[in-house]
Write a protein that binds this ligand. Structure first.
Ligand code: SF4
Ligand code: SF4
Length: 177
C-alpha cells in the first residue's frame, strides 16, 4: 500500500514558522523559574526523622556515649559495624568509668541505613543523621573510624548526664577518671 503524503504548502516549505515555534518554546523555558538542582553544591532538605548515615554522638561534656556493649554490632544485618572494646571497666586501658570503645568502625558501603543500631543502642550513642550522599575514592575511605563518626555525629544534648554523674562519683572515690 502506498501512503499518499500531502504536499507542503508555501509556509511549510519556508520552515520559518516551525523555527519560530521552536524559538518560542525555548524562550518560554528560558524565563521560567529554574528547577534544576545544582548537585552536589545544592542538596535536598530531608524531613525530620529521615534515616541517613549512622554516626556516633558525644554528650554535652564532650564524652563518647558509646560503652562498647556491641549490641549494634550484633543486630546490624549486613555486619557493617566493627567494634574493638577497650577491656573491662576499671582496667587501665578502659581509661574511664565505663567502656568507651577503643575503635568503632562503620563500613558505609555495607550499611543499608536500616536504623537497627539506633533503635537497639541503650546509651543513645548512635543516630542516623541526615546525610544521604556519602562519597569516597576508595573502599578504605568508606570505612569510617571512631574519630570520623564522632566528628560527624557531634554533640547530642542529654537530659540525663550519666557520664558526668559517674565521673563525679569516681572523683569522690579518688578513682582516676
Ligand atoms: S543503619 Fe543498619 S546497616 Fe547501617 S550500621 Fe546501623 S544497623 Fe548496620
Ligand atoms: S553504639 Fe550503642 S549499641 Fe553500639 S556499642 Fe555503643 S552503646 Fe552499644
Amino acid at each position: 500500500m502506498i501512503v499518499k503524503r500531502d504536499k507542503l504548502n508555501f509556509w511549510e516549505r519556508l520552515y520559518l514558522p516551525a523555527i519560530i515555534g521552536g524559538f518560542k518554546v525555548t524562550l518560554r523555558h528560558f524565563f521560567k523559574k529554574k528547577i534544576t538542582m545544582q548537585y552536589p553544591e545544592e542538596k535536598w532538605v530531608v524531613p525530620p526523622g529521615y534515616r541517613g548515615a549512622p554516626y556516633l554522638v558525644k554528650d554535652q561534656e564532650d564524652r563518647t556515649k558509646c560503652v562498647s556493649c556491641q549490641l549494634c554490632e550484633f543486630v546490624c544485618p549486613p555486619k557493617a559495624i566493627r567494634i574493638t572494646p577497650p577491656g573491662p571497666a576499671g582496667s587501665p586501658e578502659a581509661g574511664n568509668v565505663e567502656k568507651a570503645p577503643k575503635e568503632f568502625e562503620i563500613n558505609m558501603l555495607r550499611c543499608i541505613f536500616c536504623g537497627f543500631c539506633q533503635e537497639v543502642c541503650p546509651e543513645e550513642a548512635i543516630f542516623l543523621m541526615q546525610d544521604y550522599s556519602l562519597t569516597g575514592t576508595s573502599r578504605k575511605e568508606m570505612i569510617y573510624n571512631k574519630e570520623k563518626l564522632l566528628a560527624l555525629g557531634g554533640v547530642h544534648q542529654d537530659k540525663i548526664q550519666k557520664w558526668k554523674q559517674k565521673a563525679d562519683e569516681a572523683k569522690e572515690q579518688g578513682v582516676k577518671p
